[in-house]
Design a protein around this ligand. Structure first.
Ligand SMILES: [Zn+2]
Length: 448
C-alpha cells in the first residue's frame, strides 16, 4: 500500500512508509528510482505551493484561506505559516461506489480516492515528515537534474493483451469464476491499441499484479449514514489508487460492481472523474453486458461526447496516461472560457454531488456540448439523429438490469434484447417505463 501518489506532468511519484520514514520513488526506464525527501519537497513546492498563484478567499476557523488560480487547491495559513496537513486533507476527496438508499437494485456508482488536480492522496504522515523540508528553500544540482527528468515527456509503449490476461490468470487471490468474469479479450484488444506512456505502463503493472477482490471493511456503515444525511448515495464498491491491486465491494457476488471497479483499476488515475466514472459504467455495459444502472445522466453525456469527437480521444483520456490530446480537441473548437468550463465540469466527481447539483452540472455540459457540435460541424446538434436518440433513450427508454449468465450468453428469452455480441438487456414497455420514471423522479435519481 502507498501512502501517497503525486502526479507531476506525465510522471507519478509514489510515496511509501518504511520503519516510520518516507520512501519515495518513480519509474525510470521501468526501474524504481528513489527520490530524496529534499527533491520531493522541491517538487511539491514548485507544483503545489506557488504563492504567486494564490488569491485570498476568506477567513475560516482562525485560518486565512487562499485559492490557487492554476490548480484550484485551497491553502490554509495561520500566523503567516501554511498548514500543510490541512492542505492535503481539505483538497482530497474520497470516492467510492454508491447505491441509492431507497431502491435496492438501482445504483448510483462509484469513483476513486483522489484529490485535486494532481495530488491523488496523501496521508497525515507525509506533511509531518515534510514540514521542515517545505519550509526550507534550499536547491541543489542533483535535484535539478532529477526534476528535469521527471518533467520530461514519456516515451509511448503498447499494452499487450496477453499481459493483461496472464496477470488476471496468475493472481493467487482470484477464484476461477472471478478470472472468467474479468477476462474480456475484445476489451483488452481495444486497450492494446491505445499507446500508453511508459510511466502509465508501470502504474498498470502495479495494479495488475496479484489482483484481489475484497469485501468492505466495517467502518463503511458509518460512512454511509454520514452520506445519507448529506443526501448523497450509499457506497457499494470502490477503488483506491493507493492500494493499486485491490477492488473493494459490498458483497463478493456483486459482479456488476466488481466489473465496474475493475475498469477503474485499469483506468489512468487522472482528474477527469466525471468522464472516468461514466466511461467505466459504459464499458461495463458494452463489454461485460451489464446495463447502465448507475450514473445514467453522465453516461448519456459521454455517449454524446463520443458522437461529437469520436471514441479515440476518450479512450486515450481514460487509458493512455496523458490527457493532452483530449484537452486539445476541446481547446481547438471552443473559446478559451468555454473549453476551461467544460474541462472543469468533467473534473467533478458525480458521487460527491447531490442529484440536484448533478442536474445543474449536466445541463451546463449539454449547453457546451451543443456549442462544440456547432463549431465542429457548422450545424445545430439537434440535426444529428444519433445524438437525438441518445438523449431520447435516456429520457424515455429506461433499461432494467438483467444479470448476464457468463456460462451461457446464448440462452436469451424473448423479453430480452440482444445488444451486440454477448450482451443482452431488457427494454421496458411504456407502462413499466412510465412507472420507473415517476418512481425515479420521486427519488431524484434518474431525473434529467
Ligand atoms: Zn465508479
Amino acid at each position: 500500500m502507498h501512502i501517497g501518489i503525486i502526479q507531476i506532468k506525465n510522471k507519478k511519484i509514489y510515496i511509501d512508509k518504511k520503519e516510520n520514514e518516507i520512501i519515495s520513488y518513480y519509474y525510470k526506464e521501468r526501474k524504481k528510482q528513489n527520490l530524496s525527501i529534499q527533491t520531493l519537497a522541491i517538487l511539491l513546492k514548485k507544483y503545489f505551493f506557488n504563492r504567486k498563484n494564490e488569491v485570498y478567499l476568506y477567513n475560516q476557523d482562525g485560518y486565512k484561506v487562499y485559492k490557487d488560480k492554476e490548480t484550484g487547491h485551497k491553502h490554509f495559513y495561520k500566523n503567516n505559516r501554511q498548514d500543510y496537513k490541512k492542505f492535503f486533507k481539505e483538497n482530497g476527496i474520497s470516492a467510492i461506489m454508491y447505491a441509492s438508499s431507497s431502491k435496492k437494485d438501482i445504483y448510483i456508482a462509484c469513483a476513486l480516492i483522489v484529490a485535486g488536480q494532481a495530488i491523488m492522496y496523501i496521508s497525515d504522515f507525509i506533511p509531518d515528515k515534510l514540514n521542515e523540508q517545505l519550509e526550507n528553500n534550499s536547491q541543489d544540482q542533483d535535484s535539478e537534474k532529477e526534476i528535469d527528468f521527471i518533467e520530461e515527456n514519456n516515451t509511448l509503449v503498447a499494452i499487450d493483451t496477453d499481459y493483461i490476461i496472464n496477470s488476471i490468470r496468475n493472481s493467487p487471490y482470484l477464484t476461477t469464476t472471478a478470472k472468467k468474469r474479468l477476462i474480456n479479450t475484445e476489451f483488452f484488444q481495444k486497450l492494446s491499441n491505445i499507446p500508453v506512456t511508459e510511466d502509465r505502463m508501470m502504474s498498470l503493472s502495479e495494479k495488475l499484479t496479484d489482483i484481489e477482490i475484497k469485501e468492505f471493511e466495517e467502518d463503511q456503515e458509518q460512512e454511509n449514514s454520514r452520506r445519507e444525511k448529506k443526501d448523497l448515495a450509499r457506497i457499494i464498491g470502490y477503488y483506491n489508487a493507493l492500494t493499486p491491486n485491490i477492488i473493494y465491494v459490498d458483497t463478493l457476488d456483486n459482479w456488476d460492481t466488481i466489473n465496474h471497479e475493475f475498469i477503474h483499476l485499469l483506468q489512468d488515475d487522472n482528474q477527469y472523474y466525471y468522464i472516468r466514472e461514466a466511461f467505466a459504467e459504459l464499458l461495463c455495459e458494452e463489454y461485460y453486458g451489464y446495463p447502465v444502472d448507475s450514473y445514467q445522466p453522465q453516461v448519456t453525456r459521454i455517449k454524446v461526447l463520443r458522437e461529437i469527437i469520436g471514441e479515440q480521444p476518450i479512450w486515450e483520456l481514460n487509458f493512455s496516461g496523458s490527457t493532452k490530446s483530449f484537452e486539445n480537441i476541446l481547446k481547438d473548437y471552443l473559446s478559451t472560457e468555454e473549453a476551461t468550463e467544460l474541462l472543469e465540469l468533467f473534473q467533478t466527481p458525480p458521487s460527491s454531488y447531490t442529484n440536484s447539483q448533478q442536474e445543474q452540472i449536466n445541463s451546463q455540459i449539454d449547453e457546451l456540448l451543443s456549442q462544440l457540435y456547432y463549431n465542429m460541424y457548422n450545424r445545430p446538434i439537434e440535426s444529428n439523429t444519433t445524438i437525438n436518440q441518445i438523449y431520447d433513450e435516456y429520457s424515455f427508454g429506461m433499461w432494467i438490469p438483467i444479470e448476464p449468465d457468463v456460462e451461457d450468453y446464448n440462452t436469451i428469452d424473448s423479453s430480452k434484447e440482444v445488444i451486440g455480441t454477448n450482451k443482452y438487456i431488457k427494454r421496458l414497455n411504456n407502462t413499466e417505463n412510465e412507472m420507473m420514471i415517476s418512481d425515479s423522479i420521486k427519488q431524484k435519481v434518474y431525473k434529467k
